[in-house]
Write a protein that binds this ligand. Structure first.
Ligand code: UDX
Length: 434
C-alpha cells in the first residue's frame, strides 16, 4: 500500500521504516528541512538499534522516501499517518497545535474522488479524532472523502524496531468499515493480534496503558520504601508478587523513578484529561508524588554519607532516561545531576550514548563530562549509578575502587549485586534492599 507519515521523529521514522520493510511504499514528511536533508544523505538523526540498516535497505529498495512537502506525501498515499509531537503545556494538558496545523495542511491538499484515511498515531487526548475530522471538514472546501482513525503507538525507545515489527497488539479505532479494512491490510504482514474499537476508546487505551505502567513502577517504589524501613528486600518481594500471573514481574523494578518523553508527560496529560471531563483521576497524582520522592530520598542517602554535598567530587554514571537509547529528555539521571550541582557538588558524568545530546541541549550545565566510567570516577568521593546501562555492571570493581578517593557506591537502579560490591570493599547503598 502507499502510505504517508507526517512527522519524522521517533514514532514516525521507525513506523515508516517498518511499514516499508514489510513491503509498503512509504513517504515520510517533516517540515524540518535539515532533518529531511540529513535523511536524504543517508544520516539517521536518532539512535535506535537496527533503525539505520532498516532505513538504508528500504531507501535502496525504493520503498522509503523523504520530503518536506505534505502535498507530495498526501497525494501519493491512500493512508496518511499523523505522527507529530504532542508536547505538554505548563499545566500538564497536551499542546495539540501541531496536530491541528497538520490537519489543516492535509485539508488543503485533499481532492474529491481520492478517498483518504487519516490516522492519528501521536498520543492524543480522548476525543481528538473528532476534532481532527471537524478541522479537515472545515478547511477542505472540496468535499473530499476521508475518514479519521486512531492507531496509538506502544513502542519503547531502545527496542522500537522490534516492538513495531512484533507488537503485542495493534489498536485500530474507527467508525468506518472502509477505513478499518484498509488499516487491517496495512498491518496484515505483522501477524499481530488486532483490536478494533471506536475512536475514543483507542485514544484512551494509550493514556490508560502508560499510566498503568507508571502506576506499577510507583507501586514497587513505594514498596521499596517500606522494605528500607523494615529490612526486607524489594527484589525478592517483586519476584514473589510477579510470580502471580495476574500481576507479572515486568515493570516491577525499583529505582530512582521513571522518566523519558512519554511517562511523565502522559500521566500529567491523563490527569488533565480526567479533570476536564469532571472525573479527576487522583490516584495518578500519588503515582507522580511517589516518583518524585524516589529521587529526593536517594539524594538524602548521599547527603547522609557525605554530610555536606558542596565541593564534594561526585561521579554519576548514566544520563539517558533508560539504557540503549541516546534520549536524555525528562531523564531522572539528568535531574539528579542538576540537583547535585545545585547543592554545589563537583559532578563528573559519563554516559555511553547520552552525553552529546545532554550537552547540545544544555541540560547538564555545571557538570563535567568524562569519556569512560573509570575516568568519571577518578578521585571521586562517591559514585552514583543513575541509569542501568549493562556496561556499568561489567566495570572492573577492583580498578574502580583503586581509582576512587572514597569507595562510596550509590546504585539508583539496583544494577550491581550488593554482596559482590561489598566484597570489593565498597560501601554500597541501593534501593529497597540492604
Ligand atoms: C513507554 C512505554 O513502555 C511505551 O509502551 C510507550 O509507547 C512509550 O512510553 P519508553 O518511554 O520508551 O516507553 O520507556 P520504558 O521502557 O517504558 O521506561 C520508562 C521509564 O520507566 C524509564 O525511565 C525506566 O527506567 C523506568 N522503569 C521501567 C522503572 O523505573 N522500572 C521498571 O520496572 C520499568
Amino acid at each position: 500500500m502507499n502510505i504517508c507519515i507526517i512527522g519524522s521523529g521517533y514514532v514516525g521514522l521507525v513506523s515508516g521504516a517498518c511499514f516499508a520493510e514489510v513491503g509498503h511504499h512509504v513517504t515520510c514528511v517533516d517540515n524540518d528541512q535539515r532533518k529531511i536533508d540529513a535523511l536524504l544523505a543517508g544520516k539517521v538523526p536518532i539512535y535506535e538499534p537496527g533503525l539505520e540498516e532498516l532505513i538504508h535497505q528500504n531507501v535502496s529498495a525504493k520503498r522509503l522516501q523523504f520530503t518536506t512537502s505534505t502535498a507530495e506525501g498526501v497525494s501519493n498515499a491512500e493512508v496518511v499517518f499523523i505522527a507529530v509531537p504532542t508536547p505538554p503545556q505548563p499545566d500538564g494538558s497536551v499542546d495539540l497545535s501541531y496536530i491541528e496545523k497538520v490537519a489543516r495542511e492535509i485539508a488543503a491538499v485533499l481532492q474529491p474522488g481520492q478517498y483518504r484515511v487519516i490516522v492519528d498515531k501521536s498520543t492524543v487526548p480522548v476525543k481528538t479524532g473528532e476534532k481532527v475530522a471537524d478541522t479537515i471538514r472545515r478547511y477542505n472546501k472540496t468535499g473530499a472523502e476521508f475518514d479519521v482513525v486512531s492507531n496509538p503507538e506502544f513502542l519503547r525507545e531502545g527496542c522500537a524496531v522490534s516492538d513495531l515489527m512484533k507488537p503485542d497488539r495493534i489498536v485500530i479505532g474507527g467508525n468506518s468499515e472502509r477505513a478499518i479494512a484498509l488499516m487491517q491490510k496495512i498491518y496484515e504482514p505483522f501477524l499481530a493480534p488486532v483490536l478494533v474499537t471506536d475512536i475514543n476508546s483507542a485514544e484512551l487505551i494509550k493514556h490508560a496503558a502508560n499510566s498503568f505502567l507508571a502506576l506499577k513502577i510507583s507501586y514497587i517504589n513505594a514498596v521499596a520504601q517500606i522494605c528500607e524501613a523494615s529490612g526486607a528486600n524489594v527484589e525478592k518481594v517483586a519476584d514473589g508478587i510477579g510470580m502471580d500471573r495476574r500481576i507479572g514481574r515486568n515493570f516491577l523494578n525499583a529505582g530512582i523513578g521513571y522518566g523519558g518523553s512519554c511517562f511523565p508527560k502522559d500521566i500529567a496529560a491523563f490527569i488533565a484529561i480526567s479533570e476536564n471531563l469532571g472525573v479527576p483521576f487522583t490516584l495518578l497524582k500519588e503515582v507522580q508524588r511517589i516518583n518524585r520522592t524516589q529521587r529526593d530520598r536517594f539524594i538524602a542517602k548521599v547527603r547522609e554519607a557525605l554530610w555536606v554535598l558542596k565541593d564534594k567530587k561526585i561521579a554519576v554514571w548514566g544520563l539517558t532516561f533508560k539504557p540503549d537509547t541516546d534520549d536524555v529528555r525528562s531523564s531522572v539521571a539528568v535531574e539528579l545531576v542538576n540537583d547535585l550541582v545545585a547543592e554545589g557538588a563537583d559532578v563528573t558524568v559519563y554516559d555511553p550514548k547520552g552525553t552529546e545530546k545532554a550537552l547540545e541541549f544544555k541540560l547538564i550545565e555545571g557538570a563535567k563530562t568524562a569519556s569512560s566510567p573509570l575516568e568519571a570516577a577518578r578521585d571521586a568521593e562517591a559514585l552514583i549509578i543513575a541509569t542501568e546501562w549493562k556496561p556499568f555492571a561489567a566495570v572492573d570493581l577492583a580498578a574502580l575502587k583503586s581509582i576512587m578517593h572514597t569507595p562510596l557506591l550509590f546504585d539508583g537502579r539496583n544494577l550491581l549485586d550488593p554482596e559482590t560490591a561489598r566484597s570489593f570493599g565498597f560501601t554500597y547503598t541501593s534501593i529497597g534492599r540492604e
